[in-house]
Design a protein around this ligand. Structure first.
Ligand SMILES: NC(=O)C1=CN([C@@H]2O[C@H](COP(=O)(O)OP(=O)(O)OC[C@H]3O[C@@H](n4cnc5c(N)ncnc54)[C@H](OP(=O)(O)O)[C@@H]3O)[C@@H](O)[C@H]2O)C=CC1
Ligand SMILES: O=C(O)C1=N[C@H](C(=O)O)C[C@H](O)C1
Length: 251
């Protein structure tokens, strides 16, 4: 039985993960972490990880960028594998993750769906072939409770496009103004927020007299929770290192 410590346990993704994990026979949530206490759950919820007494095999982190440094320090101090799904991380956090991957197994992706991770690979190839004559823009849509913009996934897709280009693009976040004509070396990234949209990402390649649009839609948060549990079960007996969804798919 794989024992999971769930961070952000009372949040939208934390609740979805509890449902998904309850339906899987070989894993269970043994402890939670959040900024508020929660006595309504079948396992203890800590507001300070130093108080966690349970034996844990792996951490799944869907929390908040402000909580991340403390959670990551706890994972390292206790040599625990960690699945990192939280977005909006700082450059400092990202450097700490790179360095930490020499000490513990880390699975990190801004999007736990299989579709987005396959799309990223396809975009890298497309970008290389459409290098000249196509302007590339990304539009992401999310629910009105999302904190960070653009989404981590939009950045992941933009980086994948750039990985396929010989001439890397600069990112333009949103566009407005009287004098802001598009230049050839920019990639626009645009964020829309509203209602309960689980997550939609469209990458547009706009050329002369033709347009290619590639779109991924998450129909609910369940797809992210299921991907995260798969990642946790994959990670639990791995050596220290940095892992991502492409490895789960090919394993
Ligand atoms: N990689 C992926 O596939 C996905 C990633 N995400 C990312 O996961 C994260 C969580 O998303 P979601 O569940 O929708 O967000 P929610 O805001 O619903 O949940 C976040 C949880 O973290 C808690 N929290 C906030 N600040 C702190 C803090 N300083 N210390 C401890 N706990 C804190 C919140 O508590 P409180 O309610 O009191 O604020 C809440 O319980 C986001 O970064 C999101 O972008 C989401 C979906 C998919
Ligand atoms: O906050 C969300 O909801 C999501 N966040 C992730 C992101 O920032 O890309 C992944 C997904 O799109 C849902």
């Amino acid at each position: 039985m794989t024992k999971i410590l769930l961070t952000g346990v009372s949040g939208a993704m934390g609740c979805m993960l509890q449902q998904v994990i309850a339906a899987i026979p070989d894993c269970e949530v043994v402890a939670g972490f959040d900024q508020k206490e929660n006595d309504a759950l079948a396992f203890p919820v800590y507001t300070d990880l130093a108080n966690c007494q349970e034996k844990v095999d792996v951490i799944i982190d869907f929390s908040h960028f402000k909580a991340f440094p403390g959670i990551f320090a706890y994972a390292k101090a206790n040599k625990l594998p960690i699945v990192i799904a939280t977005t909006g991380l700082s450059q400092e956090d990202l450097s700490a993750i790179d360095a930490g991957s020499k000490e513990i197994p880390i699975f990190k992706t801004a999007n736990m769906s299989l579709g987005i991770n396959l799309l990223a690979k396809a975009l890298m190839e497309m970008a290389g072939k459409l290098e000249s004559g196509f302007d590339i823009e990304i539009i992401e849509k999310h629910h009105n409770k999302k904190i960070d913009a653009p989404s981590g996934t939009a950045l992941l897709l933009a980086d994948a496009v750039n990985d396929g280009l010989a001439q890397k693009k600069d990112y333009t976040f949103g566009r407005h103004g009287r004098d802001c004509k598009r230049t050839e070396n920019e990639m626009g990234i645009h964020a829309i927020r509203g209602g309960t949209i689980a997550g939609e990402h469209t990458v547009i390649f706009a050329g002369n007299d033709e347009i290619i649009e590639v779109k991924h839609t998450a129909l609910s948060k369940k797809v992210f929770a299921e991907g995260a549990v798969k990642a946790a079960l994959y990670l639990v007996d791995k050596k220290p290192g940095l892992y991502d969804m492409s490895m789960v798919v090919s394993d």
